[in-house]
Write a protein that binds this ligand. Sequence first.
Ligand SMILES: Cc1cc2nc3c(=O)[nH]c(=O)nc-3n(C[C@H](O)[C@H](O)[C@H](O)COP(=O)(O)OP(=O)(O)OC[C@H]3O[C@@H](n4cnc5c(N)ncnc54)[C@H](O)[C@@H]3O)c2cc1C
Length: 484
Amino acid sequence: MERADDVTENDDRRQSRHRVVIVGGGFGGVQAAKALRHADVDVTVVDRTNHHLFQPLLYQVATGILSPGLIAPALRRVLKKQRNARTLLAEVGDIDLENKIVHASAPDGQHVALPYDTLIVAGGATHAYFGHPEWAEHAPGMKTIEDARLLRSRILGAYELAEVATDPAEQRAYMTFVVVGAGPTGVEVAGQLSELAHHVLPKEYRTIDTRQARIILLDGAPAVLPPFAARLQRYTKRTLEKKGVEIRLDTMATDMDADSITVKGPQGEERIVARTKVWAAGVQASPLAETLAKATGTEVDGAGRLAVDPDCSLPGRRDVYAIGDMVSTIDHLPGVAQVAMQQGTYVGKLVAARAAGDDTTPAPFRYFDKGSMATIGAREAVADVRGLKFTGILGYLLWCYVHVMFLIGWGNRLGTLFNWVRSLRYARFRGHRLISVTASYDEDVTDEHHNLHEPAEHRSHVDPRARPADGRDRPSQQERSAAS
Ligand SMILES: Cc1cc2nc3c(=O)[nH]c(=O)nc-3n(C[C@H](O)[C@H](O)[C@H](O)COP(=O)(O)OP(=O)(O)OC[C@H]3O[C@@H](n4cnc5c(N)ncnc54)[C@H](O)[C@@H]3O)c2cc1C
């Protein structure tokens, strides 16, 4: 990283107080910052984006239900009232544990050096293409707002191109959608693709019949929603099938290009002509996990996650903590928002206590599993809340309540509710359908974050919330949670 224009953030004003640098303003990072609000410390949250992203609703941006702004409030606004916290827009590239400095790069290339007394790293995770980074171009996943907008352009653009096409085979190619990974995200996307094809779009096209769209959901596991209870899995499969979704289980993607995807399942290998593929499978921890592992002489696991001590600190260091999707714990917690949030609160409180002079050994972090849920379509969802199982409209209302309450800001909550009511009540209305078709095919979605180190033999289709891409082929008991 270039360090010519160093901007060292060590002005006198900030030198006297304990400095806490938090890398990542996602679920874990924001909760850690909030838990430090009454502490006598200076908090700096550094993120490469200017917003706090509510990833569970990305699929609604990708399918035109919500606008990006509703699920991605500015980070600066989220922390506006917290006087001891500030936010910086910069991408962290290196962490110097010896000299206690985080090195980042601002969008214009300026080098930003952030000295700290305590460091909390919450860099999250990204997609894993199981040793095939080139698939990212053909089957984008959803991790960022840009990803969701790209998918929206591809999905809605496919219908536009089908309407223009004169060759029926060409039309079919555009109107075939394949979702890889039948975890909660894959199920939610497939459900919405069906809603678009059968309820939203039919009356709007003159040449094509959108109800003829083929939607295929595939997974290497023998059931949809692998981490959920069998009854909820059966309900989900039945409901999706009623909505016209073709479900292929025990089936894995073996190859793909712009026009097709090749899959291998119980019936052997098949090439499916499909222009639109969606990746809802494995995840890989932020590269920052590896940076920290190297600096401490430890190793990351198959999903690139860093092992942390029971108090979320790095082994042998009480000044550096890592939380959320980028870490692994001995109890194999799932990569879900609740884990990241609870770890953020735990570490924030711990650091506040330390800064106040409390040097006692903290009790280890304990995860409180609040349950799992996923939507299947309008008015249909499954939820497992502390052993109680909900399906249909009840599950859907519960899902709505939980998700809207976890959004940040009343404006975003009300805006989201308004859009949901509109999309349910008035012909499944989709109000956010701005697309850029050419750009969506030109865009190079294969970047350094679409890695990855995953060996091909670990290939299986998993949802970020179901299983990390670490080669374990069945979810553990703890991974049965995807509390939203
Ligand atoms: C499509 C989708 C749907 C999901 N649905 C659910 C759900 O329904 N329920 C649920 O519980 N969980 C869900 N999850 C999982 C949940 O979103 C994650 O577990 C959670 O976001 C993890 O929080 P985190 O703080 O570890 O990381 P994140 O929330 O991802 O935050 C990481 C932050 O770090 C920043 N960052 C990364 N690298 C750098 C860098 N080098 N420099 C500066 N900043 C950096 C990123 O910009 C980001 O803001 C879903 C995930 C996805 C992708």
